[in-house]
Design a protein around this ligand. Structure first.
Ligand SMILES: [Zn+2]
Length: 220
C-alpha cells in the first residue's frame, strides 16, 4: 500500500506510458498482495483488475481470515480494502500485451486462487516456492490444500520453464532438486499431524488400531 506510488514512479521512469497499463493482477487474495490496488486503480484508471474466481470471492466478500488480514494469534490485523474485480482469469487464459502474452496457470495449494503466469522461459510463480526452497504458508483457514500444492509444484518442476520469479525474494532457476525437496517435504506433511488441518491421513492411528487388534502392548 505504502509503496504503490514508488512502484508506479519506477514504471514511469522506464518511459512506459501509464495509459497503456492494461492489467492489475491479483496473483491471489492475500492482503500483502492486494492492499495497494485501491491506490493503483486511482493512478491507473484504464487498467483492469483481474483475479481467479476464488480470489474474487475472498476479496469481494472481504474475507479477512482467508486473505491473511486477520491472524489474532499473531496480533496481525492489517488493512484490507474492499475490492471489485473487473474480470475473472483462469487456467488457459492469456493476458494479451502488445506483441506478447502471459499464459495463465491456476496453481492452487498455498491459496485456492493462486495464479502463475508463463512468459516463455519465465514463470511469475507467485507464492508457490521461493529461492530457499520454502513454500507459501500452509494454513487450512487460508484455503491451503497439500495434494493440490504438490501437483502445482510438480507442474512447475516439469514445465521446462527456466526461471522462477516469485512474489517474495529474488528470481531463481527452476532447479529440479530444489523443487523435489519441497515436493517430498509436502508429501510427508500430508501424513503428519504437524499440518493436521491440511493432512490427508495420520498413519499412527491405523498403526495403533492394528497393534490393539494384535494385542501388542505399547511398552513391549
Ligand atoms: Zn500468499
Amino acid at each position: 500500500e505504502d509503496t504503490v506510488d514508488e512502484l508506479i514512479d519506477l514504471i514511469r521512469q522506464m518511459d512506459f506510458p501509464l495509459a497503456n497499463c492494461r492489467y492489475l493482477v491479483a496473483t491471489h487474495a492475500d492482503a500483502d498482495h492486494v492492499q495497494g490496488f485501491v491506490r493503483a486503480k486511482e493512478l491507473l484508471p484504464s487498467a483492469q483488475l483481474v483475479a481467479h474466481p476464488h480470489a474474487r470471492r475472498i476479496l469481494e466478500s472481504n474475507d479477512r481470515i482467508a486473505a491473511f488480514a486477520e491472524i489474532p494469534a499473531q496480533q496481525i490485523s492489517i488493512n484490507l480494502p474492499a475490492l471489485k474485480i473487473d474480470r475473472d482469469i483462469d487456467e488457459g487464459d492469456r493476458l494479451e500485451l502488445d506483441g506478447a502474452g502471459l499464459d495463465v496457470w491456476h496453481t492452487p495449494g498455498h491459496a485456492v486462487g493462486q495464479l502463475s503466469f508463463r512468459f516463455g522461459r519465465l514463470l511469475f510463480s507467485g507464492d508457490n516456492i521461493f529461492r530457499d526452497g520454502c513454500v507459501g504458508s500452509i494454513d487450512a483457514h487460508h484455503g491451503s490444500d497439500l495434494p493440490a500444492f504438490i501437483r502445482s509444484l510438480q507442474r512447475i518442476q516439469g514445465s521446462g520453464v527456466e526461471w522462477l520469479l516469485p512474489s517474495h525474494g529474488p528470481a531463481f532457476r527452476n532447479d529440479r532438486k530444489l523443487l523435489q525437496s519441497a515436493i517430498d517435504r509436502l508429501d510427508r506433511y500430508q501424513h503428519m499431524a504437524d499440518f493436521g488441518t491440511c493432512a490427508v491421513d495420520w498413519p499412527l492411528l491405523d498403526d495403533w488400531e492394528d497393534e490393539l487388534a494384535r494385542g501388542v502392548h505399547p511398552t513391549s
